[in-house]
Design a binder for this molecule. Structure first.
Ligand SMILES: *[C@@H]1O[C@H](CO)[C@@H](O)[C@H](O)[C@H]1NC(C)=O
Ligand SMILES: *[C@@H]1O[C@H](CO)[C@@H](O)[C@H](O)[C@H]1NC(C)=O
Ligand SMILES: *[C@@H]1O[C@H](CO)[C@@H](O)[C@H](O)[C@H]1NC(C)=O
Ligand SMILES: *[C@@H]1O[C@H](CO)[C@@H](O)[C@H](O)[C@H]1NC(C)=O
Ligand SMILES: *[C@@H]1O[C@H](CO)[C@@H](O)[C@H](O)[C@H]1NC(C)=O
Ligand SMILES: *[C@@H]1O[C@H](CO)[C@@H](O)[C@H](O)[C@H]1NC(C)=O
Length: 545
């Protein structure tokens, strides 16, 4: 992928989730009449404007060593890195390479005074990337010269590299330093090419964008914690509502069984990741969204669906009992200049089947990137995930819907149908479910799914194996014990040595069958899985990793 020239793999953009990301061999079309929203300036509250390049990159200015630098805002990773020079930076003597889909960010870890949203950290650790030769894109041309990871501190490679707390992430440092304020960030992304949108890209720390205060009244969605052992993979992930997590174009829920072992039945685990341009959803979900559109075509080269640009597709997500409709301009995108196989222009189905970002450890089902995030104002409270912080509350997320369905349909009609309301005309009617198309799954993806089944259960497999070993040991001990006691009894009987001293021997005899049955009871609920465990214990689950 990295060897291909002119490849813009931003679709799976900057996120460690996408370390092995595939490349998407097309680029964002150069806008001719791009409509740029001027971020609202607020004098009273500190709000950082968020820039937008073609709905594919969102970035803000930070100051590092006195230099103003535009960095991509990435809620899916936790490190700060910049290119170019940083005046007065102090070299910590540590080198690091971070892998992203666009290439490797390699260099030395430095510290320098850092300012963001009015907060200052005197010695913020960051990676000064001196080698961008593997980057497949010109990030400067896309509007930024670095990246700020806004994920949990545990996911920071710089934190792991430096000793103590000196490598903590920028947000973590700000939160610890100012323990008087709440530990949250908020993010709002603009939509280019939408004449009806009043939304300006804005970012805040521990404050709310004026006019959107109601976000704090929205349901608090608990951040779904990943296994302790893999908590470096902790992302901002939440559960959809039971049974109605995703409402498809026909108004019916899209059924999908989560791959996350501990996800409650009927709920789907979604990561909110501003580093992904295209949301990554399970293949069956992507097929349910686009497979019934007349003229839909699967594009092997893009690994995404292509649909006619005039096709309005309704998709809604449900979290905490609240509906979050996705703007139809976000469900299919005209930003990519894609064409059908016959050469006619097409729009790209933005909800792309998840492949290389697929969670082999079964930690999440889907990654809701920018095309979804534009529809919500997001508040992320880090809670007790702040390392060294004073907050004890569990982390949570609040989402305020920004998309008015009625207004969105009107926008769509004016942008994609030249103002003619054809959305209910026969050419745009959905095909019957029986005629739905399905996208092909590659052998590698099938294999990944099989591996996930094994790997995601490995803590259970491990404990299952342990239980089996313990039961075997217990059984041996019990057998030995019985045998000794039988022998002793036999011996006693042979010697006719009168009654054994009291009922103690009897009661201990009586106990044995008891404890035996307790063991079998305890095993019972596990039986089905014990068999699986045995089988999987023999397989080389760990060798696969
Ligand atoms: C960053 O700062 C530069 C220079 O002041 C300014 O032109 C640009 O608009 C800023 N970017 C954002 C996203 O606010
Ligand atoms: C980048 O920094 C590393 C570590 O200091 C050094 O070995 C390497 O030569 C540098 N590369 C460039 C292109 O400057
Ligand atoms: C800490 O946060 C409070 C509330 O946001 C703010 O008033 C105060 O200035 C901040 N202090 C520092 C040192 O940043
Ligand atoms: C604020 O949000 C709550 C909860 O969703 C809702 O009931 C209320 O109507 C909202 N208020 C405003 C002014 O939008
Ligand atoms: C999509 O939703 C809008 C608003 O609720 C509605 O007017 C329109 O008919 C729906 N379109 C389809 C194809 O269901
Ligand atoms: C949604 O948009 C329609 C059409 O622009 C408008 O009449 C309606 O009041 C809006 N609804 C809300 C809740 O803002």
């Amino acid at each position: 992928m990295r060897s291909l020239p002119l490849v813009h793999s931003f679709l799976l953009s900057f996120s460690p989730l996408s370390v092995l990301a595939l490349s998407i061999p097309f680029s964002v079309r150069t806008p001719d009449t791009t409509h740029h929203h001027l971020p609202r300036q607020s004098s009273t509250s500190s709000v950082v404007p968020v820039g937008n390049t073609q709905n594919a990159f969102y970035y803000s200015n930070i100051t590092l060593g006195g230099r103003q630098i535009s960095v991509m805002l990435d809620t899916g990773s936790s490190d700060l890195w910049v290119t170019g020079s940083v005046p007065g930076a102090h070299d910590t003597g540590n080198s690091l390479t971070l892998s992203y889909s666009v290439g490797n960010a390699a260099g030395d870890v430095y510290t320098a005074p850092f300012q963001f949203d009015g907060y200052t950290v005197q010695d913020q650790a960051f990676l000064l990337v001196n080698d961008t030769s593997t980057f497949s894109t010109d990030i400067h041309a896309e509007g930024y010269d670095g990246l700020i990871g806004l994920g949990p501190n545990s996911g920071s490679s710089i934190y792991k590299k430096l000793s103590g707390d000196s490598g903590n992430s920028a947000l973590n440092r700000i939160f610890v330093q100012n323990s008087s304020s709440d530990n949250y960030l908020t993010l709002m992304l603009s939509r280019n090419g939408d004449p009806g949108s009043q939304i300006a890209g804005q970012f805040t720390i521990s404050s709310v964008v004026p006019g959107f205060e109601n976000i704090t009244n929205q349901p608090k969605l608990p951040v779904e914690k990943v296994y302790k052992l893999t908590n470096k993979d902790q992302h901002w992930q939440i559960l959809t509502d039971k049974g109605v997590g995703i409402i498809g174009p026909d108004g019916q829920p899209i059924n999908y069984d989560s791959i996350v072992p501990k996800a409650p039945s009927g709920q789907i685990v979604a990561v909110l990741d501003s580093g992904f341009t295209l949301p990554q959803v399970p293949r069956s979900v992507s097929d349910a969204i686009y497979g019934r559109v007349q003229g839909a075509e699967w594009s092997t080269s893009n690994q995404a669906w292509l649909v006619p640009c005039g096709q309005l597709i309704n998709v809604t997500f449900n979290f905490g009992g609240i509906s979050y409709p996705v703007h139809p301009l976000d469900v299919s995108s005209s930003d990519f200049g894609v064409t059908f196989s016959n050469g006619n222009s097409a729009c790209l189905g933005t909800f792309q089947p998840i492949s290389s970002a697929f969670s082999l450890l079964g930690e999440y089902d889907m990654i809701l990137g920018m095309a979804f995030l534009r529809n919500i104002y997001t508040l992320i409270d880090f809670g007790n995930l702040v390392k060294g912080g004073s907050s004890s509350n569990n982390p949570y997320i609040q989402l305020l819907s920004l998309t008015n369905e009625t207004a969105a349909v009107n926008d769509f009609i004016s942008v994609r149908l030249n103002g003619q309301n054809l959305i209910n005309s026969p050419q745009y009617a959905l095909l019957p479910a029986s005629q739905q198309q399905y996208s092909p799954e590659t052998a590698a993806q099938k294999k990944a799914q099989y591996e996930e089944k094994v790997l995601s259960h490995w803590p259970y497999i491990l404990s299952g194996c342990l239980v089996v070993v313990l039961l075997l040991v217990a059984y041996c001990v019990w057998r030995c014990c019985c045998r000794r006691k039988r022998l002793a009894k036999k011996k006693a009987a042979n010697q006719q040595a009168g009654p054994t001293p009291g009922g103690s021997a009897n009661s201990s005899y009586a106990k044995l069958p008891d404890s035996g049955s307790t063991a079998s009871l305890a095993m019972k609920p596990m039986r089905g899985s014990t068999l699986d465990f045995n089988e999987e214990c023999r397989g080389d689950a760990f060798a696969r990793r």
